[in-house]
Every structure is written in structure tokens, then in C-alpha cells.
Design a binder for this molecule. Structure first.
Ligand code: PTT
Ligand code: SF4
Length: 621
């Protein structure tokens, strides 16, 4: 049945038993879930016993590509990394642009599923059909830069390499998987899951041709599509600033996270924005494979202890490690970003956690003695020191390494109110005191508060932030459906989002790749299925203790008004948010608690989920 797009094979690796197994991909699973996130949640739902400790050998770490990955099509060099998250206790994934994505496909695998735990620090090497585990004690403790260099030395500069840094080794709950000195993925602790398996790196080299149902057509369409992107109106500006263009836009729209999301404007924004970057710090450009709109901005640190070093930046990093910590000196922001990358920890959760600790300190809920330092907005030196404590789990760093929600629970005294997170994942860099729609996007994102499933903010601001109606929520769900498609087909979504690349291309790409006819309606159904299964997974892992409050944004956005900028005095309104959440459930055909109904599960072909879920909670018809 599989003619192309998929390779038809899943690589299974049990690190405890050092056992490799190649499994045939089930054709129905391929069509029902496409790949990437779809495959990951299918494996986790089917195979992970309820209540599995995310950092135990039983958790499964999955690297999954999709039918579009690696083909000569725009921005197709991406891979999803997923597992049960040690940060949230629910489903976690991330999306990394790396040569490893293309190599995995060329080696002939749609996914690698890793379970067990290696006896000693090891790497997994996949060279086509030659698969082996290699002990690498000498690499344990090395940062991701050194690891990348050493492995490139051994396996070649073009090899696909995914690695963890010391943060992943020390099981920092928001450690990420890194690649090629600047690509990061798996915000909800996928790096910690890798560390818990004693797995320092995955090295992949593939030499086969990726199967495609109609190769000539694919190449012809690819050529045309690349040219469409190259000629897009915003192309030149995008190439100059990439995601950093969002910084000024957020400041202008009062949505720039500032001092633990207390404000949406920052007095030193012009020192950190895309223009400042271009003028003073940017020295180069790089990006993911198969992409002709490469958006990785390489910046040079001009002052301070890391002077002369280079780091690849994106908007999220600068928002969360800059304005959200009140830092207006770009050199410190870049240094924090570099430290996070080398150590392999998520910049968003790191920035969120440091900001939370600062607010807790200023409110008198934490003392200097407890923290070991005195955090203060804008004090880059102290924040660098605190970040080091996190990645080493040193002193109070051990508590900060658990993430904002766990830390807030330890502190008590109402600290949870200003922990800026949803479901345990720190909110990424969009301040939402005035944006019910974007807050709902965070509230209902399938991994916790990340923007990747619905960067709804641009639509909401363009169409009117104070418009509250069901149509707005319908648009949000449509956005989630479209964007989740990219997590399943596994390609970068930015050509569409940033340069208006036409979505009509994707059914055509899929047909040339797989030989199957898909419409966007089909894609929507696939992503609805994936969403429902992810939701079921969370509910099962939370033992049925689930209600709509799980989909609420941070309490602070409801209670503590902005004090600066054009929207001073504003907060979110709980009544309005609740109304929107109810509309959201109606559109998804989930019940009032946010649990898919039996009928919805049946319609999505997820009948097998019903008896499992009924073990933990009664389901609505
Ligand atoms: C992504 C999240 C983001 S989203 C950013 S910046 W962004 C942060 N980047 C980090 C980093 O860098 N170093 C670090 N130590 N931690 C970091 N954490 C943060 O992680 C990324 C690009 C970007 S840059 C975005 S929006 C788009 N994301 C995509 C996505 O999610 N899916 C998809 N199909 N296409 C996407 N294209 C864009 O990719 P997570 P990357 Mg990332 C240094 O992984 O877990 O999803 O978190 O993958 O290769 O770095 O590309 O303004
Ligand atoms: Fe990677 Fe940026 Fe290209 Fe997307 S647009 S594939 S994130 S370089």
C-alpha cells in the first residue's frame, strides 16, 4: 500500500537489552496519523502503561519524521521529538530542524522509538541498516557544542546529530534536545528523557533514496515552490530578521513579556529588537536543511565574559531572557541564550523560571538565603549565575530545575497565581493580559503553554482584540488544525505563516509523495484525531482527575492589571474566557470538562480509547 512518502519502517531500540527491531509501518496508522506527532501519540497511547514515570526506562523517546520530510520540498528538514513529559506529566513534543531529519528518512525510517536505559553513557548510531549502541563515557558532561564537534569529527560534517547537554544529563525538567549549535527542540523536557536513558546522542547517516510515488512531479513542484518563496513580498526582510521581527511588533502591540509577564511593553525594547540585532550583533545566517528562507540569526556577543562567542537567536529567546527579566543589555541576553544552548536547556522555560523566582523574591515569598543570590530585574550577572545553578542543579538551582509550577507548589502562599505556565509548561513569549484568544490558544495547546499550535495573536490583533464571539474561537481551532498538520506531515510551517506560501500546495505535495489523495478536510480530520488522542493521553495520565481548569491560562492575567502602556489597567476576564472555552469544547465536540465524548472518539476512529478512558473517568455520550 505504501508507495512513497513513508519509508514503511519503524526502528525500535531497547537500550537495556541492547535489542534492535525493525517493524513494518501499519498502512492504516500511516494514513490515520501521517507521522511525526501523530505517530508519537499513537505509540505512547498504545504502549505506555498508565502512570509510567517519565524519567524511568519505561518511557519511550520517539523521533518521528513524516511523509514530507527530507523530500526536495520547501523547509522539509524537520523531525518531531516526543515522550511523556517529566515537566508536565502529560504529552510532550518539539520540532527540530536538523540534518538528522533528512538522514533518518534516507536511512529508511519513519520513526525511531527508544526505550530502556543504557548501562553506561552511550550514543545510538544509525547508518542505514547498521545500528549500534556505543558507550561514550568521555562525552558525558560535555556541552552540546563540544559534543557536536566531536561527533562530526568522527562521523563526518554532514552526519545528522541530535544531542543533549549537561542539563539533560542532570534531568533538568525542561532540558531540550539540541542539534548543530543552534537548533533546539522538545521544550517539555525531552532532553531530560534522553538523559534518563543514558543516551548522549543519536547519530544518523542515510544513503538511500527517499521513496516518492511521483518523483518527477515532486521535483518539478519543488522547483516552482522554492521560487514562489524566493519571490514572496516579505522575503528580504525575513532573511534579515527572521523571527526577531516579532520583537518590535510585540512592543508596538503591548504583548512583549516584561518582568514575569507583568507588562506588555519594555522601556529598553529598542536595545533588543530586530533593528538593534541587525545594526550591532548579527554576523551570519544559517538554518535547517532543504530551506531557502533560512532564518537562524547568528549574533556575536560584544561584551562580558562570553565576548567574541557566537550564538543563534530567535524572538522567543530574546523575549524570555531579555524583557521578561528586565534586561536591556543585549550582551547579557545573548550570553544567557548561549549558556542555555550549550547546556541544552529550554530558553523559554529558563526565562520563565528565573522571572518567577524574581517575582517570588520581590513579594517576600523567597529569601536571599534560600536562593543563595539576590535576583533583580535587569541584573544580567546574577541571572547568568542563576542559570548556571539550574543546569548544574546546584543549591537552589535544584528546585528551579523542576520548573515554575513545581517550584510554586513548594513555595506555597499563593505563589501559583503568578507562575506563568499552563499544565506545567512555561508560557512562551506573548503577553496576554488583553488577548482572550491567544490566552485560549495557550490554554488548549496540546503540550502546555506553547505557541506552536496556534500563534493566534496576529489574527486577534488584526481583527480586534476586544471582539469576543464564537467565530473567533472557530478561527482558533482552524489555526490549530492547520498548524498541527505540519507536526504530522513534518515540515516547517514558517513558509506559510511568514511568507504566505499557499497552503494549496500541501495536498499536491502529499499526492506526489505518497500517491494518495488528501484534501485539507482530510488533514483536519487527522489533526482532530491526533488532538483527541493526545487529550485522552493526558486524562489517562492524570487518572481522570481532569476539569476545565486544566485549560485555564495563568491566574495573574485575570487578577493583576497591566500598569504601563496603552492597555494599562486591563486584565483578562474569567467569565469571557470561560465562555470562549465552552465554545472551544463545542467546536471540538468535547464535553464541558474538556474530555472528548464517546461519539467524537467513535467518529474519529478512536473507539479503542473508550474502554481505557472509562477506567479513569465516566465519558459523556
Ligand atoms: C521551540 C521553541 C522556540 S519556538 C524557540 S524560538 W521560535 C526557542 N528556541 C530555543 C533555542 O534556540 N535554544 C534553546 N536552548 N531553547 C530554545 N527553546 C525555544 O524552543 C525553530 C523554528 C522556530 S524558532 C519556530 S517558532 C518554528 N517552530 C516550528 C514548529 O514548532 N513546528 C514546525 N512544523 N515548524 C516550525 N518552524 C519554526 O522552527 P520546540 P528549531 Mg524548535 C536556539 O522545538 O520544542 O517546538 O520549541 O526547532 O529547529 O530550533 O527551529 O521564535
Ligand atoms: Fe528552519 Fe527557519 Fe527554514 Fe523553518 S524557515 S526550515 S525554522 S531555517
Amino acid at each position: 500500500m505504501i508507495r512513497g512518502g513513508w519509508t514503511g519502517r519503524i526502528l525500535r531500540m531497547n537500550l537495556t537489552e541492547e535489542k534492535v527491531q525493525i517493524q513494518q509501518l501499519d498502512g492504516k496508522v500511516a494514513v490515520d496519523f501521517l507521522g511525526g506527532r501523530g505517530f508519537a501519540i499513537k505509540v505512547l497511547w498504545d504502549e505506555l502503561p498508565r502512570g509510567t514515570d517519565p524519567l524511568s526506562p519505561d518511557n519511550k523517546l520517539i523521533f518521528a519524521v513524516g511523509p514530507l520530510t527530507g523530500l526536495p520540498l520547501p523547509s522539509s528538514g524537520k523531525v518531531v521529538v516526543a515522550a511523556k513529559s517529566p515537566l508536565t506529566g502529560g504529552y510532550g513534543d518539539g520540532n527540530i530542524g536538523t540534518r538528522a531529519a533528512v538522514h533518518l528518512k534516507r536511512a529508511g525510517y519513519d520513526a525511531v522509538v527508544i526505550e530502556g536505559k543504557a548501562k553506561r553513557p552511550s550514543i545510538l548510531v544509525v547508518e542505514d541498516d547498521d545500528i549500534r549502541i556505543k558507550a561514550v563515557e568521555e562525552l558525558w558532561g560535555k556541552d552540546t557544542w563540544e559534543t557536536q564537534e566531536i561527533l562530526e569529527e568522527e562521523y563526518g560534517k554532514t552526519a545528522g546529530i541530535l544531542e543533549i547537554g549537561p542539563a539533560g544529563e542532570r534531568l533538568v525538567k525542561y532540558a531540550v534536545v539540541m542539534s548543530e549549535k543552534g537548533r533546539a527542540g522538545g521544550r517539555p523536557g525531552m532532553g531530560a528523557v534522553m538523559g534518563s536513558k543514558n543516551l548522549k546522542a543519536l547519530v544518523v547517516r542515510g544513503t538511500k533514496e527517499i521513496p516518492a510515488a511521483n518523483r518527477d512531479k515532486l521535483i518539478e513542484m519543488g522547483r516552482e515552490a522554492y521560487s514562489e518563496i524566493r519571490n514572496a513580498e516579505n522575503y528580504d526582510f525575513w532573511m534579515r530578521q527572521g523571527t526577531m521581527a516579532a520583537f518590535r511588533w510585540c512592543q508596538e502591540n503591548s504583548t512583549l513579556p516584561t518582568r514575569n509577564f507583568s507588562e506588555g511593553v519594555f522601556e529598553d525594547a529598542d536595545k533588543l529588537d530586530g533593528e538593534a540585532m541587525e545594526k550591532y550583533y548579527k554576523v551570519g545566517q544559517k538554518g535547517c536543511p532543504n530551506c531557502n528562507m533560512q532564518c537562524g540569526n547568528i549574533n556575536e556577543i560584544k561584551e562580558g565574559p562570553m565576548r567574541g562567542e557566537k550564538v543563534e537567536i530567535d524572538y522567543e529567546n530574546i523575549g524570555m531572557l531579555g524583557s521578561n527579566l528586565g534586561i536591556g543589555n543585549m550582551n547579557y541576553v545573548l550570553s544567557l541564550n548561549l549558556l542555555a544552548d550549550k547546556m541544552g536547556v529550554d530558553t523559554i522555560s529558563l526565562g520563565g523560571t528565573l522571572a518567577f523566582v524574581t517575582e517570588a523574591y520581590k513579594r517576600g515569598l523567597l529569601s536571599r538565603e534560600e536562593i543563595g543570590l539576590e535576583p533583580d530585574w535587569g541584573d544580567g550577572e546574577t541571572y547568568l549565575r542563576m542559570a548556571e545553578m539550574v543546569v548544574r542543579r546546584e543549591g537552589f538551582g535544584d528546585k528551579m530545575a523542576e520548573g515554575t509550577l513545581a517550584l510554586a507548589r513548594t513555595i506555597g502562599n499563593g505563589a501559583e497565581k503568578f507562575a506563568i505556565q499552563v499544565k506545567g509548561l512555561e508560557v512562551s513569549a506573548y503577553e496576554c493580559h488583553t488577548l482572550h484568544g491567544m490566552a485560549l490558544a495557550y490554554g488548549t495547546s496540546p503540550i502546555g503553554a506553547h505557541h506552536k499550535d496556534a500563534w493566534f495573536i496576529s489574527i486577534e490583533i488584526a481583527e480586534g482584540r476586544d471582539i469576543i464571539n464564537k467565530e473567533k474561537v472557530e478561527k482558533l481551532v482552524e489555526m490549530q488544525r492547520r498548524r498541527s498538520f505540519f507536526e504530522c506531515a513534518v515540515a516547517c510551517r514558517l513558509p506559510w505563516i511568514e511568507l504566505g506560501f499557499n497552503l494549496d500546495w500541501y495536498p499536491k505535495f502529499m499526492e506526489a509523495a505518497t500517491g494518495l489523495n488528501f484534501t485539507w478536510r482530510d488533514f483536519y480530520q487527522i489533526t482532530d484525531r491526533t488532538y483527541a488522542l493526545i487529550r485522552a493521553f493526558w486524562i489517562r495520565e492524570f487518572n481522570g482527575k481532569w476539569d476545565r481548569k486544566m485549560d485555564y491560562p495563568p491566574e495573574k492575567w485575570f487578577t493583576d492589571p497591566l500598569t504601563k502602556g496603552p492597555y494599562a489597567g486591563r486584565t483578562l476576564n474569567k467569565g469571557i474566557y470561560d465562555r470562549m472555552l465552552s465554545w472551544y469544547y463545542e467546536i471540538r465536540e468535547w464535553d464541558g470538562r474538556g474530555i472528548p465524548t464517546k461519539r467524537t472518539l467513535e467518529e474519529l476512529g478512536l473507539d479503542y480509547v473508550i474502554p481505557e478512558l472509562e477506567k479513569v473517568t465516566p465519558l459523556s455520550d
